[in-house]
Write a protein that binds this ligand. Structure first.
Ligand code: NAP
Length: 211
């Protein structure tokens, strides 16, 4: 089984959702899915983006971004993703149009196409630009910038508001439509190091603790 809950750095934990693990996944791989898939489904829904439209994802190569890109592709949504130079091919491999963040990024995004909705996953202080690109603060969602509401943008932070997220994860994984890589796993004793590495904000996919 795999699932999610709170206080799960433990041998035994109370889960709020669980499901049979899809065949072929290791426990480490399976652990990487539940929370990012719930987050991705929630913020895609909250952004209002639909099939045939274009979604801009700022900070697209982390765990949440990797899930957003693949779920959007599965739904016929075009994605423009930003990440560092080393992750451009990774984003393209997940079906997105890719460009780098940093100076001139707004122009580079404009050259890639019109943007209908945008997600701020990196919390890198780009809310104003995302509102400019979409033309409407209601079409922008942040999961990483607590100041977003000052510009009329919703901060999405209520986990668990997509009750069938785990079932959807299983469906996508089973159809080979979703794969979240594990960048590194750590023994429980190295949980602090996992947090330090994670806080650097450059993880491709997930970091996982092994109990
Ligand atoms: N509110 C919620 O419900 C919720 C749920 C889950 C996660 N979160 C939060 O959401 C954030 C994203 O988490 P994550 O695990 O997916 O990924 P992450 O490791 O925090 O972020 C990685 C992404 O951000 C990019 N990035 C790094 N610096 C950037 C910059 N200056 N400008 C633009 N992009 C930049 C990285 O690209 P490179 O690696 O190529 O540099 C990569 O694409 C975290 O802050 C996490 O705590 C919130």
């Amino acid at each position: 089984m795999f699932g999610e809950g709170s206080s799960t750095y433990a041998e035994f934990a109370v889960l709020s959702a669980w499901a049979r693990m899809p065949e072929g996944l290791t426990f480490e791989e399976a652990a990487g899915y539940p929370s990012v898939v719930e987050t991705a489904l929630r913020i895609i829904r909250e952004s209002g983006v639909r099939s045939g439209q274009t979604l801009l994802v700022s900070g697209a190569s982390g765990g949440v971004g990797s899930a957003v890109l693949q779920i959007a592709r599965d739904r016929g949504i075009t994605v423009i993703g930003t990440a560092g130079a080393a992750n451009q091919d990774y984003l393209r491999g997940l079906g997105a149009l890719a460009t780098t963040y940093g100076e001139g990024w707004v122009e580079r995004v404009r050259e890639l196409g019109r943007v209908d909705a945008a997600l701020d996953l990196a919390g890198s202080g780009v809310i104003r630009e995302l509102v400019e690109l979409t033309g409407d603060p209601r079409k922008v969602i942040s999961i990483a910038d607590l100041d977003a509401p000052k510009l009329g943008v919703r901060f999405s932070g209520v986990a668990g508001s997509v009750p069938d997220a785990l079932a959807e994860a299983v469906r996508l994984i089973t159809r080979d439509a979703l794969h979240i890589p594990v960048e590194k796993s750590y023994p429980l004793a190295e949980a602090a190091l996992a947090h330090i590495d994670s806080q650097a904000g450059h993880t491709r996919g997930r970091r996982v603790l092994v109990v």
